[in-house]
Design a protein around this ligand. Structure first.
Ligand code: SF4
Length: 380
């Protein structure tokens, strides 16, 4: 059971990440990309949080900010209560300089690991599997004998189904399938004994038949290593699979903001935010749960640009429930029912002026569902 009452392992407090980017078409000057805006999120020991949203919603940027790879423009990232960026500045991210806090920057760096969508990017093509896996053990457990190191590596390879271990240990990354590469990348992260792993689209490059298997393996290894996952995905069905068994949470992001977060039961079976309903509609495995709606519950397929996000509620240009009030005021993420789920929509506030203001437009059905399958846009 996850204890969410004490100090979080990781706390993102009012985090914003803005980038300057050159204007296109030869226009002078730059414009600001609002990749993430004012997001607060706590992750606890042995927790799983899946962040889901369309391409360009800021979920990858938020994930990288959470593990200290991306510096927030505003707000703080705290590791066990200690400011990650103050630590980094006082002791250097790679250096062993003295930290002002209880944890050094290298301890924090070891504690917050990442596995990528493309495991090839985290495995050195010149190293055998055994060399790749021995590296973190040599660094973090230098007292371990070579025989013990080998036994640990072989044991883990067999645990994740790569047997006989001697055979796999001597292979190079190009001699492994995508699923095997991802297993090695996962083991490699876990050998650092991290407190949290950022898994960014970690299963989306695998065959559909292997995705559930890989997520189940992640959950098994979570039990063994007592780690937490921050899982980034455009696929609500995968997020459900990973979080449901582990008492995790699903967070929905739209245009740089966290618009709803709750248990998989709340998000999948009783979504509050209109954008969550769009994602459910767009997920074929879950669509039959979204009230039998045949047309996408959205007014426009066009996603506003993060360089010029809409005023008020950022979803108002696409929301079928939008009213005049939504163009003027930004709803805050709040627990409206006292059940732990937080959402950012005026429709959850019975006495808000929303209810007396005029609808923006009829909820005209659009012709196709929103694209939620690619993941490459800037600011993501
Ligand atoms: Fe839609 Fe208004 Fe709710 Fe935003 S606040 S999600 S525009 S109803």
């Amino acid at each position: 059971m996850i204890d969410r009452t004490g100090e979080p392992l990781l706390s993102l407090q009012n985090v914003s990440v803005h980038f300057e980017k050159e204007r296109l078409l030869g226009l002078a000057g730059s414009e600001t990309v609002h990749a993430v805006d004012d997001v607060s999120l706590d992750v606890y020991e042995n927790d799983i949080v899946a962040l889901v949203g369309e391409s360009g919603c800021g979920k990858t940027t938020l994930g990288k900010t959470a593990i200290g790879v991306q510096r927030p423009t505003e707000g703080k990232v705290l590791y066990r209560g200690q400011d990650v960026w103050e630590t980094k500045e006082s002791s250097g991210w790679f250096g062993g300089g003295k930290s002002a806090g209880e944890y050094s920057s290298s301890e924090i760096r070891r504690s917050l690991q990442m596995i990528h969508q493309d495991p090839g990017s985290s495995l050195n093509s010149n190293y055998t599997v055994e060399s790749s896996l021995a590296d973190p053990l040599k660094h973090w457990q230098p007292e371990m004998s070579e025989a013990d190191r080998r036994a640990r590596i072989y044991g883990l390879l067999e645990y994740v189904g790569m047997a006989p271990a001697e055979d796999y240990a001597n292979r190079y990354p190009h001699q492994l399938s995508g699923g095997e590469q991802q297993r090695v990348a996962l083991i490699r992260s876990l050998l650092m004994n991290p407190d949290l792993i950022l898994a960014d689209e970690a299963v989306s490059a695998l065959d559909v038949s292997l995705r559930a298997e890989m997520m189940d393996l992640m959950l098994e290894l979570q039990d063994q290593f007592s780690t937490s996952y921050l899982y980034i995905s455009h696929d609500l069905a995968n997020a459900k699979h990973l979080t449901q068994r582990a008492n995790g949470r699903i967070g929905i992001m739209y245009l740089g903001e966290l618009v709803e977060i709750g248990t998989p039961e709340q998000i999948i079976h009783d979504p509050q935010h209109p954008y969550t309903k769009v994602l459910l509609w767009a997920t074929s495995d879950l669509r039959n749960r979204s009230e039998g709606v045949s047309d996408p519950p959205i007014r426009s397929l066009d996603i506003p640009t993060p360089t010029d996000p809409p005023s008020g509620c950022r979803f108002h240009t696409r929301c079928p429930e939008a009213r005049e009030a939504c163009t003027k005021e930004c709803p805050t993420l709040a627990d409206h029912d006292g059940d732990g789920r937080r959402s950012a929509c005026f429709r959850q506030q019975g006495n808000h002026e929303y209810w007396n203001s005029a609808p923006l437009a009829e909820g005209e059905p659009v012709e196709a569902g929103p694209a939620t399958t690619s993941e490459s846009a800037e600011g993501d």
